[in-house]
Ligand binder design. Structure first.
Ligand code: SF4
Ligand code: SF4
Length: 470
């Protein structure tokens, strides 16, 4: 619901006009599409040593670090600029209003497993170390998004399949901007509902969100087609509290969305754990104890346990602890998940920021020599005739761990505050609220301690020739 006092980005002079312009999205998509083409071209044809190739440096250092920063500081502007949607838009225009995405798959379970699959492949195939495989991942993305958009009338790839989208949707729940209507009355009187249905000029909302009912950034790709399509200029991109969704019960029923969020938070810890020395000792111990020789199987076991099984067990354990009389365990776990999992989001964002921020901080400037080298390989001396391989660190090394601690602690406190507010809103007395949120608070502390312990260990630097871990 609109807050008349909150500033609307779409009505800031110049910026608002650019954003609402019919071709406004293209302005953001074209640079990213060119970068995607560079990743594919250099990945296939460039040097196959990861710190010297734009594909690996851009995809695994810059994209990931910048996307989490952008989500927390502004909103889902990566999905807005997503280059994978360009060929998809062509497919969509050719689709002759293709079929509907199957009803049984209209939830986040595919996203849960596609996220797990990409993290598992990343660890197993060391995608960060292979320009060629990175280029293949980009090509697979292009083909899959094109195919799904040609087959289905809605943006099924973004909403139900894309692991990048699942990550972005989840953390955009903490973004300070959200689509909303300017006047409820105008929407009530509106007959065409062009924001979702579209018109001859503009496609309606690809993920089928209806502006007057939008309460969350989940599934919003920030494309602003709704603002372009609305004939009454009644769509706003408003500033809101970043914790608004963290203290609110999930709107979508069922486990899938709550499990996606919870699993992504556990994955944050596991993904960082995958880059510190104890992971290799654990892998060796498991291989010997279980007589497993295949690395793929070992990683599947380790990350399956940490990313999927552990959050599931945790959810049912808390559901059992907080189970009110007369409710089944399943009902209780579902209710707990919908009510309190969003409160864990700030800690999850802190963990991912500490991880991806580490790579950006240690290798952010590496793109300068890598791009110089790319140009020199193509006989272009525009940026000098000798790559500056000494460039890599964006921040001094001794700042990094204190910054990681700071973002994790900030996330933990914001999660505590969200838990307390959510508990107080839904329970009669502070004592009842305290009892209800206690297991979640214990989980928060355990996750924060696990994350801090992992980040306190030497972490592999990626995308740089520089050696030296904090
Ligand atoms: S098209 Fe505009 S006025 Fe109509 S429902 Fe959508 S946002 Fe409201
Ligand atoms: S509500 Fe739909 S059309 Fe509007 S910005 Fe979000 S995804 Fe795009």
């Amino acid at each position: 619901m609109t807050n008349p006092r909150a500033p609307d980005v779409l009505h800031i002079p110049v910026l608002g006009e650019i954003l609402r312009w019919r071709r406004g999205r293209l302005l953001f998509q074209i640079p990213l599409f060119l970068i995607l083409m560079l990743i594919i071209y250099d990945g296939f044809t460039g040097p196959q040593f990861a710190p010297e190739n734009t594909a690996t440096v851009l995809a695994w250092v810059h994209y990931r670090g910048l996307v989490i920063l952008l989500l927390l500081l502004a909103g889902n502007f990566f999905c807005m600029s997503c280059p994978f949607t360009l060929p998809r838009t062509i497919a969509r225009r050719l689709s002759l209003h293709g079929g509907r995405w199957p009803a049984k798959l209209r939830n986040k379970w595919i996203s849960v497993f596609s996220l797990f699959a990409i993290f598992w492949l990343y660890e197993w195939l060391d995608l960060w170390a292979s320009p060629l495989l990175t280029a293949w991942v980009a090509v697979a993305y292009l083909l899959l998004s094109f195919a799904l958009e040609a087959w289905f009338a809605e943006s099924a790839f973004c909403k139900y399949v894309c692991p990048l989208g699942a990550f972005n949707f989840t953390f955009s729940m903490l973004s300070p901007l959200q689509i909303t209507e300017r006047s409820q009355q105008v929407c009530r009187d509106c007959r065409g509902k062009e924001c979702v249905n579209g018109d001859q000029r503009v496609l309606g909302c690809g993920t089928e969100l209806f502006v007057p009912t939008v309460q969350s950034n989940m599934d919003c790709v920030f494309c602003l087609d709704c603002a372009r399509a609305c004939p009454y200029d009644n769509v706003a991109l408003q500033i809101r509290s970043p914790l608004k969704e963290a203290r609110t019960r999930l709107a979508a029923p069922g486990y899938a969305l709550a499990f996606l969020i919870l699993s992504l938070i556990f994955t944050g810890v596991m993904s960082a754990f995958g880059m510190v020395p104890p992971v290799y000792r654990l892998q060796a111990w498991l291989a010997e104890a279980l007589l497993i020789r295949s690395e793929a199987a070992l990683l599947l076991l380790m990350f399956g346990a940490g990313n999927l099984l552990l959050p599931a067990v945790t959810l049912f354990l808390i559901g059992w602890i907080n189970k009110p009389p007369g409710r089944s365990l399943l009902q209780s776990a579902r209710s707990e998940a919908s009510q309190f999992v969003p409160a864990l989001l700030p800690l999850g964002a802190g963990i991912w920021l500490a991880h991806y921020g580490f790579h950006l901080a240690t290798s952010g400037l590496a793109i300068v020599p890598v791009f110089q080298s790319f140009l020199l390989d193509h006989h272009i001396t525009l940026l000098g005739d000798r790559p500056r391989w000494d460039l890599s660190m964006l921040l001094p090394l001794d700042w990094i761990f204190p910054l990681q601690v700071a973002v994790i602690l900030a996330g933990t406190f914001a999660s505590f505050a969200s838990l307390a507010l959510s508990g107080l809103e839904n329970n009669h007395t502070p004592m009842q609220a305290l009892r209800r949120i206690l297991p979640w608070a214990v989980l928060l502390v355990l996750l924060a301690v696990a994350a801090l312990s992992v980040f306190n260990l030497p972490m592999e630097m990626r995308g740089t020739l520089q050696i030296g871990n904090p």
